[in-house]
Ligand binder design. Structure first.
Ligand code: AVJ
Ligand code: FE
Length: 436
C-alpha cells in the first residue's frame, strides 16, 4: 500500500506539471515573437520574461533544491529574480530571446521529470514530502499563467484566445440575496493539505461572530446602479486613499469599461461587448469594492468570515477543503482553469454551493476581503521567505476563492492571494457582508 501511495503522488505531480506546461504553451504560442517581447503594459512583464522565469524557478527548486544539481546558467538567475528588477524595467533587460527561453524551460523540464522519477516522495525531507516541491512548482507555473492571461487582457489588437461560454444559472430567481452564517468557532487554515503553501498554515481555531454574506459575487448590474447613483463622484463612500485614486486617475467605472451612446461596453480579450448585467463584476480595485459595499450599507467580509462561509460544515463541525466538500474541483462545481474566459453568471454552479447556501465562492472572480495579508499564529516561512513573508503587513489586502483563470492545483478553500488595494488589472471582484 505504501508503494501505491507513492506512485499516486508521482502521477499527481506529473499531471500537475504537464497540465501547467500545456497552458504556458497556449499562452506563449498564441502570439508572435514580437508580442512575446513587447511591453503590453508597464504593470506587466513581457510574456517572454514569465516564460523563462517559470523555467528558472523550476531549475532553482527541483534541479538545485531537490536534486542538488549545479546551476545550468548561473548568469541568468539575476534577470529572472522578481525582486531584482521591477516589472516595468524588465523589457530593457538582456532577456533570453523567445526561442532560447522556450529551449531553456524545456531543458529544465526534461531534467525535472528525471528528478521526479528518481526521488522518494514519501521521504522525511520536508521539501519532497508528499511531492511538495513538485506541487509548489506546478502552482508557481499556473500562477504565472494567470499573470500572462492578465497580460493578454491588457494587450491591444484582435483576439487570439477563445473559449466556450460558461454555464447559465440553473433556475431563474431561486437565490436569496444573502445567507446567515451563525457565530461560533471554526478551523481556519490547514496543517494537512499536502501542497498547501506556507501562508495557509497552520490550522488554528478562529471564533467568528454571526454574519450575513452575499450568495453570489456582486454583479455588473448591481455595480452599474452604484455608478448611476454617483458612486464615483461622492467622496463619502470612499476610503481617503481610494478617493485620492479616483480623483488622480479620473476613474468612473471598472477597468476596461467605457460608455458608448448611453450603454456600458467592456473590452475582454480583444473583443468589445455590452457589459453583462448578471455576471460578477471584475477588474475592480479593493477601494472600489470597499466603496460599493459602503454605498450598499454593507461591508466587505473579513478573510476569516469568507473562509468560514466557504469551508465550515455546520453538521460535522469540521472545515472541509472546498465549499462542496473534500472532493477536488470538477467542471460542474466551479469555473476554474481557464476553461472559460469570463466569470459565469451569478447563480451558476448550484452543485458547488456551501452548506450555508452561498455559491461561486471558488472560481469566477478573486474576491477582495477587508483583511490585511498577515501570518497565521504559528506561521513559519517555507521553503523561502520571498513567497509570502516579505509581503505580510497592511500594504496588501487578501483575495480569496480564485478566478476563472486559476487552475485547480492552485485553488482550495484555504488558498490566500494578496495584492495592493489599487490593483485593477487582476481578475478581481467581491461579495459583501453585514453583521448578524
Ligand atoms: C501570490 C499571486 C501574489 O504573482 O506575485 C509568483 C505569486 N510568487 N511568483 C505573484 C507568485 C512568486 C504571487 N501572488
Ligand atoms: Fe514567480
Amino acid at each position: 500500500p505504501h508503494e501505491a501511495d507513492a506512485e499516486a503522488l508521482r502521477q499527481r505531480a506529473l499531471t500537475a506539471l504537464l497540465t501547467a506546461r500545456e497552458r504556458t504553451a497556449l499562452l506563449t504560442d498564441s502570439v508572435d515573437d514580437h508580442e512575446l517581447t513587447a511591453q503590453h503594459s508597464p504593470l506587466m512583464s513581457p510574456l517572454v520574461w514569465d516564460l523563462a522565469h517559470i523555467g528558472n524557478q523550476e531549475e532553482l527548486w527541483l534541479l538545485r533544491g531537490v536534486a542538488g544539481r549545479e546551476a545550468m546558467r548561473p548568469e541568468i538567475d539575476g534577470l529572472y529574480d522578481a525582486f531584482e528588477h521591477p516589472r516595468a524595467t524588465r523589457p530593457s533587460l538582456p532577456l533570453l530571446a523567445p526561442a532560447e527561453a522556450r529551449a531553456y524551460a524545456a531543458e529544465v523540464r526534461g531534467r525535472a521529470l528525471d528528478v521526479l522519477d528518481g526521488t522518494v516522495l514519501d521521504g522525511c525531507r520536508p521539501l519532497v514530502r508528499a511531492g511538495f516541491a513538485f506541487g509548489m512548482i506546478a502552482q508557481h507555473e499556473q500562477q504565472h499563467d494567470e499573470t500572462m492571461l492578465i497580460t493578454h487582457q491588457l494587450r491591444s489588437g484582435p483576439a487570439v484566445l477563445a473559449a466556450a461560454v460558461p454555464p447559465a444559472p440553473p433556475e431563474a430567481a431561486g437565490l436569496p440575496a444573502e445567507v446567515l452564517v451563525p457565530g461560533g468557532p471554526f478551523t481556519m487554515g490547514t496543517s494537512t493539505e499536502p501542497w498547501a503553501l506556507d501562508n495557509e498554515r497552520p490550522a488554528h481555531v478562529c471564533d467568528v461572530a454571526g454574519f450575513f454574506i452575499d450568495t453570489a459575487p456582486v454583479t455588473c448590474g448591481a455595480y452599474q446602479e452604484f455608478i448611476e447613483d454617483g458612486g464615483y463622484t461622492e467622496q463619502r463612500w470612499w476610503a481617503p486613499e481610494g478617493w485620492a485614486m479616483v480623483r488622480e486617475h479620473e476613474l468612473t467605472a471598472p477597468l476596461f469599461w467605457h460608455r458608448d451612446a448611453g450603454q456600458w461596453l467592456r473590452r475582454r480579450f480583444g473583443v468589445t461587448e455590452a457589459v453583462p448585467g448578471n455576471e460578477p463584476v471584475i477588474h475592480v480595485s479593493w477601494y472600489e469594492a470597499d466603496a460599493f459595499a459602503r454605498w450598499a450599507g454593507r461591508r466587505l467580509p473579513t478573510e476569516a468570515e469568507w473562509e468560514k462561509a466557504a469551508r465550515h460544515d455546520p453538521v460535522s463541525g469540521r472545515s472541509r477543503r472546498y465549499p462542496w466538500g473534500d472532493e477536488d474541483p470538477a467542471p460542474g462545481l466551479a469555473n476554474l482553469g481557464q476553461r472559460h474566459l469570463r466569470p459565469a453568471p451569478a447563480g451558476a454552479y448550484a452543485q458547488g454551493r456551501c452548506p450555508y447556501g452561498a455559491g461561486q465562492l471558488i472560481g469566477d472572480v478573486w474576491e477582495w476581503t477587508s483583511s490585511d495579508f498577515l501570518p497565521y499564529p504559528g506561521f513559519s516561512a517555507f521553503p523561502y521567505r520571498e513567497y509570502s513573508e516579505v509581503f505580510f503587513g497592511p500594504a496588501h489586502k487578501v483575495l480569496r476563492g480564485g478566478s476563472f483563470a486559476v487552475d485547480p492545483v492552485a485553488c482550495r478553500g484555504t488558498f490566500r492571494n494578496w495584492d495592493l488595494p489599487v490593483r485593477r488589472q487582476i481578475f478581481s471582484g467581491f461579495r459583501t457582508a453585514r453583521d448578524a
